[in-house]
Design a protein around this ligand. Structure first.
Ligand code: PEP
Ligand code: MN
Length: 364
């Protein structure tokens, strides 16, 4: 990718004393709704006013956006409030229309980032633009696909680039609408520390009650900004009603967030240590989840052994596991002693689980 520092210039030029804020409704619905929401956001921390004009809906037959008409409403927003504008583009025609209407920030949605053909078409249509272009992560947790999209845009001589982390689809149900997979965003930041990264807690949570919490984690992980869906009447929104907040709630969220500024050596140290600690918290949370999953599988084995009258302890199998894990541990810079102690503890917990199953009366 291009000269690293250049990637940040557009963001640094804004000289903000708070994270970048992109807010506005999921969808532009009516001229009145777009303007009312914008006026309520006018004197807040919001830097860009977002509204979806073309809506990528998973299934047909739902509200698919008002189309190009809404771009005129966004122009009016800029004239009346001075807010810069932002919308999603998903093909060449969208790009041409958005540029004609002088939209300041265009983003590529999660369902488009998955398709290199679409991304290339958009990159070609945007060639050399001085607008800000942000790439949402693809719906699936694939860092290469995400970066590939950014590279296609960079090759089209687009300088004002950034990414939006909006969480990932999972087959398993979680408390999130789209699982944040923070480790992936952390890896992206460590590989491209100068690529601005914005968090979208609205599409991660799908639930307005969780937005503050996810936003705080994002800021603790050194994200550069937030994109938060905001609507003058969220409960009656035509799309994503449960995750949208009112302009007043957005202001409260911004007040409640602990925003760290790098102003002194000490502040810089605190900032760094907090980022690293949040990374550890994310990983610890995963460790517990993964161990819980392992025990569930182990419970399944316990039930099977019981049904077939097989002993809980299978020493041969256990020694094989240990040998393999010691080797993998070495590759990951973990000492043999640590791997042995950790797996003995895991094994003991598995045995306890399985013995409990053996002690249960049949049919209970
Ligand atoms: C949106 O921002 O309204 C949207 C459709 O997001 P995503 O591409 O993340 O689903
Ligand atoms: Mn939405």
């Amino acid at each position: 990718m291009k000269n690293k520092k250049e990637l940040r210039t557009w963001l640094d030029d804004l000289q903000l004393d708070h994270p970048l804020v992109i807010a506005g409704p999921c969808s532009a619905e009516t001229e009145e709704q777009v303007l009312k929401t914008a006026h309520e956001l006018k004197d807040t921390d919001v830097n860009y006013y977002r509204a979806g004009i073309w809506k990528p809906r998973t299934r047909p037959g739902m509200f698919e956006g008002v189309g190009a008409l809404g771009l005129k409403w966004l122009q009016k927003v800029k004239e009346e409030t001075g807010l810069k504008t932002a919308t999603e583009v998903a093909n060449r025609t969208h790009v041409e229309l958005a540029l004609e209407h002088d939209i300041d920030l265009l983003w590529i949605g999660a369902r488009s980032t998955v398709s290199p053909f679409i991304v290339q078409e958009i990159a070609d249509a945007l060639k050399g633009t001085d607008k800000v272009i942000l790439v949402k992560n693809p719906v699936n947790p694939d860092l290469a696909l995400w970066l590939g999209a950014v590279e296609r845009l960079a090759s089209s001589n687009i300088k004002k680039l950034g990414v939006i982390h909006r969480g990932f689809s999972t087959y398993e149900k979680t408390k999130y609408r789209n699982n944040p997979e923070w480790q992936l965003a952390i890896e992206l930041q460590s590989r491209f520390p100068d690529l601005p990264i914005i968090n979208d807690p609205s599409h991660i949570t799908g639930n307005r009650g969780m937005i503050l919490d996810v936003s705080q984690t994002a800021l603790d992980l050194n994200f550069d900004g937030l994109m938060i869906e905001t609507h003058c009447d969220p409960d009656n929104a035509w799309s994503d009603a449960s995750q949208q907040v009112t302009p007043q709630s957005l202001e409260q969220i911004m007040k409640d967030l602990k925003i760290r500024k790098e102003t002194s050596k000490e502040a810089e140290y605190n900032n760094l240590i907090n980022t690293l600690r949040t990374q550890i918290d994310v990983i610890d949370h995963h460790l517990i989840e993964v161990l819980g999953k392992r025990m569930k599988v182990s419970d399944g084995i316990g039930t099977l052994k019981k049904a077939n009258n097989v002993a809980v302890l299978q020493s041969k199998r256990w020694n094989e596991i240990l040998g393999k894990m010691i080797l993998e541990g070495e590759e990951n810079n973990l000492s043999e002693e640590f791997v042995l102690r950790m797996f003995k503890a895991i094994h003991q917990e598995s045995i306890n689980h399985q013995e409990k199953i053996f002690r249960q009366k049949n049919g209970s």
